[in-house]
Design a protein around this ligand. Structure first.
Ligand code: PLP
Length: 365
């Protein structure tokens, strides 16, 4: 909720749309408008398809990658979350290039067999996976800044390595921007890192609070989707007029107020600096990872670069921190492995209060 939980222009757009019809089970003009907006904003998206959630977006993007390449294996990274479809709910394997087991009951081993799980930020593991399975790999899917193991930014060169290997082996590069899209910059991580992906998935921010997901990419790839191509995907409620109205209102507002991105960067920097100073003053070991308005405080004294290092955090300490902050009126995401998001609605007073309470909590941790 990049503009806060109840941005008036978004709520108003939804109310107006509701008076014109809740659902048509067919495309509506607002859907075309939102699609055009996304294509104009994100350079590597020529065509986009609306769905109803981030899960649907990544699930459909995988099917498209497999259909387009005629290959079955996908690569994902340990600690990255891409929604709850079968192929993506796979636990991490112990080492590079080992096939992982399913991480949820109800996911058949046969699905897990086609999902290769590698450590985030590990170029060597990526190299050897492509050497071994290159011609069979349909795609690599990645959170360009991981936010689902706590915030873990990509090392310099990591995303570029994915780009160059996928080009070399004829695989597709799927950037899962469900979290980073329209947040790290108006054009998301693609714009922030100046990266070109084959398919980008969206969710969260594009719906302005309504259930929307989307996936888009290069024209020749998107043309593989039904009805123009052989990869089937459809949805009765996709492109729903209320959700499209919210998405348009949100993106229109962001397009007209790009100064928000500098402001949330400054707010993020403020929290990062103050948190670090306060922890140090009080002798508490923390690591703060941050990219723009995404931030995590890890209770560890070592660098957090991937899921294994995130897991070195003291989760008992996190629990105490979370509850003490809550008692003081600051409601954080309730897990060491989640991110703290700064929105346009957070005022300077909100952030100053957060820092003050953080300091009180550090004294007793
Ligand atoms: C939240 C999230 C998803 C799943 O989106 P839902 O709308 O919850 O299904 C997928 N990928 C990433 C990176 C996410 O953060």
């Amino acid at each position: 909720m990049f503009l806060g939980h109840g941005k008036k222009c978004i709520a108003d757009a939804v109310k107006t749309a509701a008076d014109n019809g809740l659902s048509f089970g067919a495309p509506c003009p607002a859907e075309t408008e939102l699609a055009q907006r996304i294509c104009n904003i994100v350079p590597c998206v020529d065509k986009v398809r609306m769905v109803n959630s981030g899960t649907e977006a990544t699930m459909s993007a995988l099917r498209l990658a497999r259909g387009y390449t005629g290959r079955d294996i996908i690569i994902k990274f340990e600690g990255c979350y891409h929604g709850h479809s079968d192929s993506l709910l796979i636990k991490a394997g112990s080492g590079a290039a080992t096939f992982a087991g399913a991480s949820s009951a109800g996911v058949p081993e046969a699905f897990a067999k086609y999902t290769l799980v590698l450590p985030y930020n590990d170029e060597t593991a990526l190299d050897s996976a492509f050497k071994k399975f290159g011609g069979k790999i349909a795609c690599v899917i990645v959170e360009p800044v991981a936010g689902n193991m706590g915030v873990v930014p990509p090392k310099n060169g990591f995303l570029q390595k994915i780009r160059s290997l996928t080009i070399q082996y004829g695989s597709l590069f799927i950037m899962d921007e469900v979290m980073t899209g329209f947040r790290l910059s108006l054009s998301g991580a693609a714009g922030h890192f100046n990266l070109d992906a084959d398919i980008i998935t969206f969710g969260k921010i594009i719906g302005g609070g309504m259930p929307v997901g989307a996936y888009g990419g290069k024209k020749e790839i998107m043309d593989f989707i039904s009805p123009s191509g052989p990869v089937y995907q459809a949805g009765t409620l996709s492109g729903n007029p209320l959700a499209m109205a919210a998405g348009n209102a949100q993106l229109k507002y962001l397009q007209a107020h790009t100064e928000i991105y500098d402001e949330v960067e400054k707010k993020g920097e403020y929290l990062e600096t103050e948190f670090k100073a306060s922890a140090q003053k009080n002798g508490v070991d923390i690591r703060v990872n941050r990219t723009g308005s995404m931030l995590s405080v890890f209770f560890t004294d070592s660098e957090v670069l991937d899921f294994a290092s995130a897991c070195k955090s003291d989760t008992e300490k996190f629990k105490k921190y979370f509850n003490e902050m809550l008692k003081r009126g600051i409601y954080l995401a309730p897990s060491q492995f989640e991110a703290l998001f700064i929105s346009d609605a957070h005022t300077c007073e909100d952030l100053e209060k957060t820092v003050r309470e953080f300091n009180e909590v550090m004294k007793i941790l």
